[in-house]
Design a protein around this ligand. Sequence first.
Ligand code: SF4
Length: 502
Amino acid sequence: MKIAISYPPIVNDQGQKAMVSQNRNVQFFKKPTYLLPVVHGQAASWLKNLGYDVLWDDGNAQLKDFDQWFRDLVAWRPDMVVFESTTPVMKFYWKLVDQLKSACPNCIVVMTGYHSMRRPEETLDRCQADIILRSNHIDFVLRKLVPYIDEHSNWRDHCPIEGLVIRRDEKDYLDTGNFKQIEPLDLSPDVDRDLVRWKDYAYENGNYLQVPGTYATSVIRDCMFGKCTFCRYNGPDLTFSMRSVEKSLDEYQRLVEDYGVREIFDDSGVWYRGAEARQFAKGIIDRGLHKKDCYFGFNTRFGYMDEETVALLAKANFRFLLIGMEASDEETLARLNKGYSLEDVEANLKLFTKYGLFPHLTIMVGYYWQTRKQLQQTVDTVKRLMFEGVARTLQVTLCTPLDFTPYHQECSEEGVLLTDDYDDFDMSKLIVKTPIPHDEYYAAIRDIYGVAFHPKFVGRQVQFLSRMRKSDWQFLFTYGTRAVRRVNQHVFNLTRHEGSPA
Ligand code: SF4
C-alpha cells in the first residue's frame, strides 16, 4: 500500500499560511514557523519500517502552493492519505477531502487530530472521509490498521482495532470502541529524520538560538498534568504515556553526532520532572553531549523543578524552557485550573535565571471573565518579570476556545461564544463576549510585546553579558534581530481586528 501523511498548504485571504501540526493551536502567519509533527512522523517511520511505501507530504514545509501540492499528491496515486484536524481548518478539510475523493475515488482518507477525534460523526457527515482516528496514538493505531486493511478486503464491516469510526456507507458508521489510553512508547520508532526531510523544519523556528535545530521524539505524549481547562490535552479520554530516558538519550546522541543538530527541543506537553529529568541530564553529561555545542529545551510547568534538577539541567547545557504562565491573577489561574500560585511563578523563574536558563513565558488575554484590573495585572507582572531579567522571551495569544476542550464547552454553556463558524476560531480575533471592549485586550498585547524594544529590557540583556556566557551574547546579537521581526508579525496578526465591532 502507498500511504501519504499529508499537510496541505492552507492560505487565507491575507496570503498567510495556517500552521497545522504538532497539535498546535492554528495560527496564520506570513513568515511561518514549520513545526515537525512528531507523532505523525513516528507513524510514517513505523509504516516505512513495516515495508509500506510512505510519502511524507508536508506541503507547507516543502514550500508548495496548494495546486502544486494537490497535483503531486494525486499523481503519486496514494491508497491512503492521513490528515490532521483542528477546529479552524475543519471547513477547509471537508472540502478538500471531497475534492481528493473525486480525483482518487479508491483512496482511503483518514482524519486524525483533536477536533475530529472528539466529533467523529460530524466529519463523516460533512465529507467523504473514510476513517476517523479517535486515538491520539496515531502511530500505534496506523501500524495495526494499515496491515489489517491490506489483508482484509471486508475491513469496513469488521475491524478489531479499537479507537476508530469507519464509514460503511453514506450514513452507516462502525465505531470500534474506546482506544487504549496508554501505549508503550518505546515500541514506536524514533522519527526517521531523512524520511521527514528534517532540514525543512530546522531553521525557521523562533525557539532556536542556534540552527540547525530539531524537535526530539517526545518523551511524554500529551501531558502528565492534563488539567488546564483550555488545553486539548485535557479530556476524560486522555492521560499520558512516557518514553524511557535511555531510548531518548540514544536519539539525542544520534541527532548531535550524526546530524550535527545544534539545538534540540522536546515538545511534550510537559517534559520529564524529578528523577527522570535528573537521570536525563546526567545521561547527557555522561555521554559528553553537553560539550558538543548543542542546546536543549522543553516545555514545563511552574512547580515541577527543584534546585537540584535545575542545576543539573544547566550543567547539561539545557537552555530554553517554555512555560505557560497564562495570566497573573489568582482567579484566572484557578478558573483555568493551572494548579500553581503566583509565588511558584516568581520562585521558579528566579531559580531558572540563577542557573542561566532562558525561560520563555506564554501568556493569554481575552478570557471571557477577564476584567480590566485582571488584564492590567497581567501586563504589569509580565513587564516586571521581563525587566528584572527572570524571563527572557514571551509569546502572547488570544485565548480561543478550541477542539471541544473544557473551556470551549464552558464558553458554549455560558452563552458567551460570539460565533459558531469554525473559520473564526483561528486565534486572530476574540470570539467571546468579555466584560470590557475587545480593543483593550488588543492594546494589552501591543503593550506586552513592546517590552522587546524597551530600554529597560535591552539594558538587562546587556548586563547579562558580564556573565560571559555564549548564549547571552548570541541572544542579544543573533537572536535579537530575528525576535524583532517575529514580534512585529505577532503584533500585526493579533491586533488587526482592533477597532472592529466586538
Ligand atoms: S500543563 Fe500545559 S500541556 Fe499540560 S494541560 Fe496544562 S497547558 Fe496543557
